[in-house]
Design a protein around this ligand. Structure first.
Ligand SMILES: [Zn+2]
Ligand SMILES: [Zn+2]
Length: 258
C-alpha cells in the first residue's frame, strides 16, 4: 500500500491511498475538500487520472473535507461512504448524494481495503478518524479532533503510518488576532489538536509498528513548519520514524506503508 496527501489544511484536505494486490491497483480517497480542477491537477502530478479513483470516504461535513465530493461523484459515479450523522448535517449531501452509510464503531470492507472508522471529538455531527488496512499494511488518519481519547490511543497502536493533525502552536494561537471565541473553539476538546498534543500522542503510542509520521492540517496563521519540524526531528531521533509535513497545496510525495 502507498498513499499521498493531495492537500492538507483549512483550505482543503484530500488523501489518496493505493493498494496493489493480485496485479490489481485500487484507489481510495479519504476526504475531498478541494475542487474538481485542483483534484484532477494534483492527481495528474502523481500520474493518476480521476477515472482511476474507485471510491471516497468522508470523515465529516466541514467544507475543507468535503467541498469537492459532489462534483467528483457527478462526474465519475463512484461510491461515497460516510456516517449517517455526516449525511444529515449537509443539505447538499441530502440533495445530491446517495452515500453508503457506515457505523463509526464498525469495520467494513471496500474492494481490497479494510476500513475501520472510529469516533473522535470535534465540532461536527458525527466525525470519524480512520484506519485503512491492506494485507498487513496499516495507515491511520487522524485529523480534526479536539482531544486524544483512550480509544484513539488504543486503536492507533497498530498503525505503521500515521497522518496526524498538528494544527496549532499554543503560543501563536494565544498571540493571534483571532477573536477570543474562535481561539476557544480551536483549542477546545471539540476543536483541533495542538502541536504538543499530537507530539505527546505519538510518543504515548510507543508502537513497534510505527514507521511513518505525516504532520497534517497545519494552521496557516497559528503554526509554522519550522516549529513542527523541530518536533518531528525529535521523534525521528527517538524512534527512527520517517517524518513528513503535508503542505496545503503541495501535500506529500507518495509514501509507502510496509
Ligand atoms: Zn479540517
Ligand atoms: Zn473539521
Amino acid at each position: 500500500m502507498r498513499f499521498t496527501c493531495l492537500a492538507s489544511g483549512s483550505e482543503g484536505n484530500c488523501i489518496l491511498i493505493e493498494s496493489m494486490q493480485n496485479n490489481k491497483t485500487e484507489r481510495l480517497l479519504i476526504d475531498c475538500g478541494i475542487n474538481l480542477v485542483n483534484l484532477e491537477k494534483r492527481l495528474a502530478e502523481r500520474s493518476v487520472t480521476l477515472k482511476q479513483i474507485d471510491g471516497v470516504v468522508i470523515t465529516h461535513e466541514h467544507g475543507d473535507h468535503c467541498k469537492g465530493v459532489v462534483s467528483v461523484v457527478k462526474k465519475i459515479e463512484i461510491p461515497v461512504f460516510m456516517t449517517y450523522g455526516t449525511f444529515l448535517a449537509s443539505s447538499s449531501f441530502k440533495r445530491d448524494l446517495k452515500p453508503s452509510f457506515f457505523s463509526p464503531h464498525k469495520k467494513f470492507n471496500f474492494l481490497g481495503f479494510e476500513i475501520e472508522p472510529f469516533p473522535v471529538p470535534h465540532d461536527a455531527r458525527e466525525t470519524i478518524a480512520i484506519i485503512i488496512k491492506v494485507g498487513d499494511c496499516c495507515l491511520g488518519v487522524l485529523t480534526d479532533t479536539g482531544m486524544v481519547t483512550k480509544h484513539t490511543l488504543n486503536v492507533l497502536k497498530k498503525v505503521g503510518a500515521l497522518v496526524i493533525e498538528f494544527n496549532y502552536d499554543e503560543n501563536l494561537l494565544n498571540q493571534s488576532k483571532y477573536p477570543e471565541a474562535l481561539k476557544k473553539r480551536i483549542s477546545s476538546n471539540y476543536g483541533h489538536l495542538s502541536n504538543t498534543s499530537a507530539f505527546n500522542l505519538i510518543r504515548a503510542l510507543e508502537s513497534e509498528y510505527q514507521k511513518v509520521i505525516v504532520a497534517a492540517h497545519l494552521s496557516t496563521n497559528n503554526n509554522s513548519e519550522s516549529i513542527v519540524n523541530s518536533l518531528l526531528e525529535k521523534l525521528s531521533h527517538e524512534s527512527r520514524v520517517n517524518t513528513f509535513i503535508a503542505g496545503q497545496s503541495s501535500g506529500t510525495p507518495w509514501i509507502h506503508v510496509n
